[in-house]
Design a protein around this ligand. Structure first.
Ligand code: HEM
Length: 363
């Protein structure tokens, strides 16, 4: 606030009639207010919904009993929520008269999953403490539970996010792509205040879960128009991938992101990179891309050598990621249905009612 007031003497009374300056003033105030309010805490629901973490974890565990992959899918859902429009639950919103869903963005379509599990969690939470816990916080808690249930670290999740009432399809389409080079990835992470260490630690989430052939098959036969596969692929691993994803085959076939321990959250992702068994090009490039690996390879090797270092860096980066563009205080809302902004179904009823009465008038 000091910076704002110390510079305020430059405004004369006539400048207050200048619409541009007023706009700037408005932005400055909004920015500072937003800055002050953006405070998440680990104790946010301690009095209002003390069992929320247990409820979420139980639901995740229940989903896991019939679907081992769900732990990975829920972790990814949180990432895709936070990187597009901030961690505001925007990824959960379905199409409506006011919402263009992020679910149709290229990186999400036929790819992100777990929405039904989030719905179940929300119902369980609402049954315990109605109207208190945001869908965006449920995503954050579910991600932590998932990582931990798969054998990864546990941490105290910062809470107090509120749900957004908008989506951002453009941002969702611009999520990190498996065809980006490391420089672009670094830029996309830097744009949300995440460092190169955060990039490498968070990529370690590819220690579990699956990827479709279409996300890496450019490496298998004619890499960069060389007529040969990607030289940074282990030849035995390459043969297996070529069998799983033959040319002209089904590009939706699923493959383990971590070939050695596919469902365990550990540091094997990094040792895989050392033996040239990273699945996505963006994974292997962190160690092998000659133009950028001077800054990334040492970190990969560090995480490969020391799982505790990886776990610490991972949870630190998850906490940072969980702070991206959060809505707090009186911004946003606590959605009652994670798929819709509040009042959406009422609005639909009003619209239907209005249409009915106008058609009655027309008779
Ligand atoms: C660094 C940039 C990243 C890129 C380019 C990337 C790309 C991808 C791609 C292409 C897939 C497979 C999708 C499909 O085939 O449908 C995938 C899966 C996955 N990603 Fe990432 N990702 C990145 C970062 C992250 C981060 C930061 C996290 C979480 C912290 C994450 C967690 C996951 C998980 C757990 C899966 C498996 C999901 C499942 O099995 O349902 N990824 N990622």
């Amino acid at each position: 606030m000091t910076s704002f007031f110390s510079s305020s003497h430059v405004f004369s009374s006539s400048s207050l009639h200048n619409p541009m300056l007023l706009l700037l003033l408005g932005f400055t105030i909004v920015f500072h207010v937003h800055e002050c309010e953006a405070q998440l805490t680990t104790t946010f629901y301690d009095t209002t919904c003390p069992n929320v973490s247990t409820i979420v974890r139980d639901q995740v565990r229940q989903a896991q009993s019939s679907d081992l992959r769900i732990l990975a899918s829920l972790t990814r859902l949180f990432f895709h929520d936070c990187f597009a429009n901030g961690c505001d639950g925007s990824i959960l919103l379905d199409n409506s008269s006011t919402i263009v869903t992020e679910k149709d963005a290229a990186p999400n379509n036929n790819s992100v999953r777990g929405f039904d599990v989030i719905d179940n969690i929300k119902v369980a939470v609402e049954n315990n403490c109605s109207g208190i816990v945001s869908c965006s916080d449920i995503l954050a808690i579910a991600a932590e539970a998932s990582v931990n249930l798969a054998g990864g670290p546990t941490w105290s999740v910062l809470l107090g996010r509120r749900d957004g009432t908008t989506t951002n399809l453009t941002a969702a389409n611009n999520l990190p792509s498996p065809f980006d080079n490391v420089t672009i990835l670094q830029q996309k992470f830097a744009a949300v205040n995440l460092t190169v260490t955060d990039l490498i630690a968070l990529s370690g989430a590819h220690t579990f879960g699956r990827a479709q052939c279409r996300t890496f098959n450019q490496r298998l036969f004619n890499f960069s128009n060389t007529g040969n596969p990607d030289p940074s692929l282990n030849t035995t691993y390459l043969s297996a991938l070529q069998q799983s994803c033959p040319q002209g085959g089904n590009i939706s076939v699923l493959n383990d992101l971590d070939v050695s321990t596919p469902d365990t959250f550990d540091n094997q992702y990094y040792t895989n990179l050392q033996s040239l068994r990273g699945l996505l090009q963006t994974d292997q490039d962190l160690l092998s891309a000659a133009s950028t690996n001077a800054s990334t390879a040492p970190i990969v090797n560090d995480f490969a050598a020391n799982q505790t270092t990886f776990f610490e860096s991972f949870l630190e980066a998850m906490i940072k990621m969980g702070n991206i563009g959060v809505l707090t205080g009186s911004n946003g809302e606590i959605r009652s249905n994670c798929r819709q902004v509040n009042g959406a179904s009422d609005m639909l009823m009003i619209e239907v009612g209005a249409k009915r009465s106008s058609s009655v008038e027309n008779i």
